[in-house]
Design a protein around this ligand. Structure first.
Ligand SMILES: Cc1cc2nc3c(=O)[nH]c(=O)nc-3n(C[C@H](O)[C@H](O)[C@H](O)COP(=O)(O)O)c2cc1C
Ligand code: SF4
Ligand code: SF4
Length: 289
């Protein structure tokens, strides 16, 4: 069995998960961001894994870059495809949405796993060391189970325990899933506000979310934000970052700035975070830098 594991990550949660799976299955780890210049992606592997964070669940949760990646995939009809999505608070319909995207390319999502990790956007669990540790422990306890599913090519959808919400999560999920569309207008208003744009669709507004970023006087012009950006959306001009408006809003520039100088009007209460097992050079590899 040959396996390729494609990943996208802003603060390392999804990279750490992808690396753990690759380590246990002999899978080849491939960065999605590093492939985006290609017109199409053909793979000789029998098993394809995708690991990425959930962004804005009411709009399907799948990051725009991952959607573009899927559109480039060719001859995937006979592959066993699995996905692991990391999320911060709750995720409801993203695996279904992902399956629809894969089906448009002639494939099928055989197995999907949801993994609760520190929320790199909200303050709710990234400044609670105990909860963070519990999330990492839950993940470690479940790696072998997930690898077992993948190796046996079993099908299905699985939520690992949600540390933030606890046992009530499954009940909440049952109730919220059919109603998630009700959160769309709130999300759109939020995106319009912080992207400072009157764009009409999610796809138009998200790339403009970099309008929420600005720098403080702590900026030392080191250029890390520009190097770490997975979609080359930052240019350093006269020693300061300038955002180019094709953002994924992955928050890598915000969280990895060594001086905490990248600010966002949207993230007033968010403390800087990255997964403890991932360092800046791991992140730079995502875009071959
Ligand atoms: C733009 C954005 C939107 C997000 N939306 C959601 C969401 O709708 N639901 C959720 O549970 N977590 C959400 N999160 C949290 C991330 O999914 C979570 O922290 C993830 O593990 C980050 O992975 P990474 O470290 O690989 O980037 C969002 C994060 C970002 C940056
Ligand atoms: S990473 Fe931070 S300090 Fe370095 S150039 Fe970017 S904003 Fe300035
Ligand atoms: S500009 Fe910042 S938030 Fe936007 S894609 Fe680049 S690193 Fe991510």
């Amino acid at each position: 069995m040959s396996m390729e594991i494609y990943y996208f990550s802003g603060t390392g949660n999804s990279l750490a998960v992808a690396r753990d799976i690759a380590g246990k299955t002999n899978g080849k780890l491939i960065s999605i961001a590093s492939l985006m210049d290609k017109e199409s992606i053909k793979t000789g592997a029998d098993v394809i894994g995708m690991v990425f964070p959930i962004y804005y669940e009411p709009y399907g949760g799948v990051p725009l870059i991952v959607r573009r990646f899927i559109q480039k995939l060719e001859n995937i009809s006979s592959k066993y495809i699995f996905a692991i999505c990391t999320y911060g608070s709750g995720s409801f319909k993203s695996l279904k949405f992902l399956d629809e995207l894969i089906e448009l390319q002639g494939g099928k999502l055989a197995a999907g796993f949801m993994v609760n990790m520190p929320n790199n956007m909200a303050g709710e669990n990234i400044n609670n060391a105990q909860k963070q540790q519990k999330m990492f422990n839950v993940w470690k306890e479940n790696i072998d189970i997930i690898c077992g599913y993948v190796k046996a090519r079993k099908e299905g959808e699985f939520d690992l325990p949600n540390v933030l919400v606890g046992k009530a999560y499954f009940l909440i999920k049952l109730i919220v899933t059919p109603l998630i569309f009700l959160f769309k207008p709130i999300t759109l208003r939020h995106l319009k506000k912080y992207s400072n744009s009157s764009g009409k669709s999610y796809e138009e507004l998200l790339p403009l979310m970099d309008n929420s970023f600005y720098t403080s006087d702590e900026c030392i012009g080191c250029g890390n934000c520009s190097r770490i950006c997975p979609v080359r959306n930052i240019e350093i001009v006269e020693g300061r970052p300038e955002w180019l408006h094709h953002c994924e809003f992955c928050l890598a520039c915000f969280h990895w700035c060594p001086e905490g100088a990248v600010k966002s009007s949207e993230l007033k209460n968010t403390v800087r975070y990255h997964h403890p097992d991932v360092n800046i050079s791991d992140m730079l590899e995502q875009i071959n830098r």
